[in-house]
Design a binder for this molecule. Structure first.
Ligand code: SF4
Ligand code: SF4
Length: 161
């Protein structure tokens, strides 16, 4: 049982993603420090111009390595998500960034999500980047030719974020 079970419906949970595309960049594990390092090499299914997956609905079939963020695995994955990511914000008890689609939408669904997050997202977001910064970053990344790049290829694209 996860602490996020029953927090949001499946559709509401999906809305926590702002479609920045940053989690679609490959990561590489530093063997010595066991640190997960970011790279600027993107999954071949990522549209870097929009930050969106070209096969979101059937991404599990198109890319068996794609990780789905769920209430069950969020605590384990959160620290390796970008700081602004809605899922990481929820995991760390922070509010969503002001520019997040859920905060810029006045629909009943968005207002419901905001209400449901209020009790657990009590700290300020502390957002360091704007969505435009993120979009520029994603647009400038390299798209991989393979779903499973080897470590040598990944090491060439290690970046600091
Ligand atoms: S990093 Fe977070 S907000 Fe960005 S695409 Fe991944 S899940 Fe969505
Ligand atoms: S398959 Fe997964 S990792 Fe690749 S672009 Fe789509 S959501 Fe991102």
């Amino acid at each position: 049982m996860s602490k996020y079970d029953n927090l949001l419906t499946f559709e509401e949970w999906e809305k926590l993603c702002d479609c920045c595309g940053m989690c679609c960049m490959f990561k590489v594990l530093d063997d010595e420090t066991e640190e997960v390092l970011a790279t600027s090499l993107a999954c071949p299914l990522l549209n870097t111009a929009t930050g969106k997956c070209r096969s979101y609905a059937d991404r599990g079939e198109k890319n068996p390595f794609c990780t789905f963020i769920t209430p069950e695995n969020l605590d384990e994955l959160a620290e390796n998500m970008p700081y602004h990511c809605g899922y990481r914000c929820v995991a760390e008890g922070r509010k969503l960034p002001k520019w997040h689609p859920v905060n810029r939408d006045n629909s009943v669904e968005a207002r419901t999500i905001r209400k449901k997050l209020e009790p657990i997202c009590t700290r300020e977001c502390g957002e360091a980047v704007s969505f435009a910064d993120v979009a520029d970053f994603v647009a400038g990344c390299t798209v991989s030719e393979t779903l499973e790049p080897d470590d040598d290829m990944l090491e060439e694209h290690i970046i600091e974020i």
